[in-house]
Design a binder for this molecule. Structure first.
Ligand SMILES: Nc1ncnc2c1ncn2[C@@H]1O[C@H](COP(=O)(O)OP(=O)(O)OP(=O)(O)O)[C@@H](O)[C@H]1O
Ligand SMILES: [Mg+2]
Length: 514
């Protein structure tokens, strides 16, 4: 329960609904817990008198209708409470989901090297879903049930003071804390299983993600059966864990019911011993019934909270991950367009601590010049280029643009001045025009076309059935490798930045275009 408290801040915008929902829930709970036993207590002795029945029929009917009236108020209050509490809960969840997504936009690239994409997707979808279920189901029970309990207990206290049978009342209540014992034990077991459950869902999502990205390789190397086997192994594990979750969460309610029935047996026994009237006994039974329902529900809720907490932990692992590459506290004041003088001074870099990929690199690349890095595969050319836009952070030395350390510039200022065509460019599943426009969102149609002409992309784009409005497919898969590369080049040209980084940007081009 505590785990969810920090997120209450997201409720701020929903305050009115929340208050309304709470009031409705309170009415619903109290009317049922306190009102129903009290109605029993006052009505029954009037209707079922010893001797001849003298009450006029309409009056009896009026009394009898009190019962459906109480249930109606309870139902209406519960509905309004559930509806508006859920509204708040789902609203909070939306905020958390967006927060998580925003975080994923800002985490450094090294984070995605260490974490699996599929698992991250699973956290964004499946784990947020579990937390949402927790919020919505608790929304309906968290107000009504405790207040029903309060209402019922207050009635019991009142009747215990007004009549003989105080002992019976205390005895029946002693059952409530006993009910909590299995809840605590089962809750611990559940938390472990729930965490494992979500981890396995992450694994499955990741397996599927990798498999779908490599659809061609799977067929080329005949990996179909092997892939299915690996998948089945994980789903089998998930099956086992899920069955344990089901076992632990389903054992809760019945065990509480059994314990609760003991309370009733106890009260029958004492009612007889103390010699209280049937009307009082019935009203007490009603109050006890109203008591046990919340205890049972709150027990089930505990399980739901446990599962929600496990998922929340996985979400928070991402939310609280420190963003290591950020804007400096006091960014250097630079003109919006930099000149583009690049400097590397004694730069070291390591992807893994201690394993230097670049060692003591010193270089100057003056603005307006072309510089080519040549070296064997794995020499560190891409790594070198990645340090300029601060995709990664140098572990030693300084990378400078126009004499400013890149770490002293605001990320937006730095990256606005750099256009990158990576070794494996990615296009978004949109039209060619929209993909080009990413280079500079404010560009005119003429500028977009001019960039495409420069990149030798205009010719092939015009031969497509929808020209610039052709959809490129997921990651640009409907285009050929060379076409994709030309679109990526045009996109970079459109940016018209003083620094242009081409990482083997022409590897898939025909020799003429190159
Ligand atoms: N994300 C990463 N995590 C860990 N090691 C990496 C990562 N990316 C590259 N490396 C390692 O760093 C070294 C330099 O890689 P880099 O990609 O810079 O080479 P490259 O010169 O661009 O090669 P190529 O010509 O094949 O593109 C390689 O040994 C590679 O294994
Ligand atoms: Mg490379």
């Amino acid at each position: 329960m505590k785990r969810f408290l920090p997120y209450l801040k997201y409720l701020r915008g929903h305050r009115t609904y929340l208050v309304f929902a709470l009031v409705c829930g309170a009415i619903s709970g109290l009317v049922f817990g306190r009102g129903l036993p009290f109605a029993m207590y006052t009505i029954f002795p009037r209707i079922f008198t010893d001797g001849p029945r003298t009450l006029p029929t309409p009056e009896v009917l009026g009394y009898a209708l009190l019962i459906p009236l109480i249930f109606f108020i309870r139902a209406l209050g519960a509905f309004l409470n559930n509806y508006f509490m859920s509204r708040c809960g789902i609203g909070v969840l939306e905020a958390i989901r967006v927060e998580l997504y925003r975080k994923l936009q800002h985490l450094p690239l090294s984070y995605f090297g260490k974490n699996r994409t599929g698992d991250l997707i699973s956290r964004l979808t499946s784990d947020t879903q579990v937390v949402q279920q927790t919020i919505t189901s608790s929304a309906s029970d968290l107000v009504i049930q405790p207040l029903t309990l309060v209402g019922a207990i207050s009635f019991l206290a009142w009747i215990a003071l007004a009549h003989e049978g105080v002992l019976m009342f205390l005895g029946s209540l002693a059952i409530v804390p006993v009910c909590v014992l299995p809840v605590r034990y089962v809750g611990k077991k559940l938390l472990k299983r729930a965490a494992e459950n979500q981890r396995l869902l992450g694994d499955i999502s990741d397996l599927a993600n990798q498999n779908l990205m490599a659809a061609r390789e799977v067929r080329a190397f005949g990996l179909e059966d092997k892939e299915v086997d690996v998948f089945q192994l994980t789903t089998r594990r998930l099956f086992q864990v899920q069955m344990k979750v089901v076992k632990y969460s389903q054992v809760l309610s019945p065990s509480i019911e059994v314990i609760a029935s003991l309370g009733i047996a106890f009260s029958v026994f004492y009612a007889y011993r103390v010699g209280i009237s049937l009307a009082i006994f019935l009203s007490i039974l009603t109050a006890l019934f109203a008591c046990y329902e919340p205890v049972k529900k709150l027990g089930a809720l505990h399980g739901q909270f446990t599962r929600g907490a496990a998922s929340l932990t996985r979400i928070e692992e991402v939310l609280y991950e420190p963003i290591t590459i950020t804007d400096p506290v006091q960014p250097a004041a630079v003109p919006s367009r930099l000149r583009g003088d690049l400097g590397f001074a004694q730069v070291d870099f390591a992807y893994q601590p201690g394993e230097l990929v670049l060692r003591g690199i010193t270089a100057t690349i003056p603005a307006g010049t072309v510089c080519a890095l040549v070296g064997p595969s794995g020499a560190g050319k891409t790594t070198f280029a990645n340090l300029v836009p601060r995709f990664y952070e140098a572990s030693g030395g300084r990378v400078t643009v126009d004499g400013h350390d890149v770490r002293s510039l605001r990320l937006a200022d730095l990256r606005r001045n750099i256009a990158v065509v990576s070794q494996d460019p990615v296009l978004f599943n949109d039209t060619i025009y929209q993909n080009l426009l990413l280079g500079r969102t404010g560009a005119t149609r003429e500028e977009v076309v001019a960039a495409a002409v420069d990149a030798h992309a205009d010719d092939f784009i015009r031969t497509l059935p929808h020209g610039y409005d052709t959809l490129v497919g997921e990651r640009g898969s409907l285009l050929s490798g060379g076409q994709k590369q030309r679109v990526a080049l045009a996109r970079a040209f459109l940016r018209n930045a003083p620094i242009l980084i081409l990482d083997e940007a022409t590897s898939a081009l025909d020799s003429q275009s190159e």
